[in-house]
Design a protein around this ligand. Structure first.
Ligand code: FES
Length: 93
């Protein structure tokens, strides 16, 4: 079954380097960067709108959807934490 990003209300996300796992609540957080900050996980950022790629991180597993859509999506297994929302349980570095 395919899930729409808007239907997933909560998904567990692990920040691997920090060793922190928390539930992403789509009604509360605009993106993974806000969840990281709420969990005191240090993440570098600048624009918070998907332009600068300063918040880029590796996705270990799981899937995300962007909202807003970044100017240019990072390649490979990288994700922009400021505008990415998890659509499955997952892990980022
Ligand atoms: S902070 Fe600039 S792209 Fe995320």
């Amino acid at each position: 079954m395919q899930r729409s990003p808007t239907r997933v209300r909560q998904a567990p996300v692990t920040f691997s380097r920090a060793g922190v796992t928390a539930a992403f609540d789509a009604a509360r957080w605009t993106g993974l960067l806000e969840l990281a900050e709420a969990c005191d996980v240090r993440v570098r950022w600048s624009c918070r709108t998907g332009v600068c790629h300063t918040c880029q991180s590796a996705v270990v597993d799981g899937a995300v959807a962007y909202s807003p859509q970044p100017l240019e999506e990072p390649g490979g297994d990288l994700v922009l934490l400021c505008c990415a929302r998890p659509i499955t349980p997952g892990r980022v570095s």
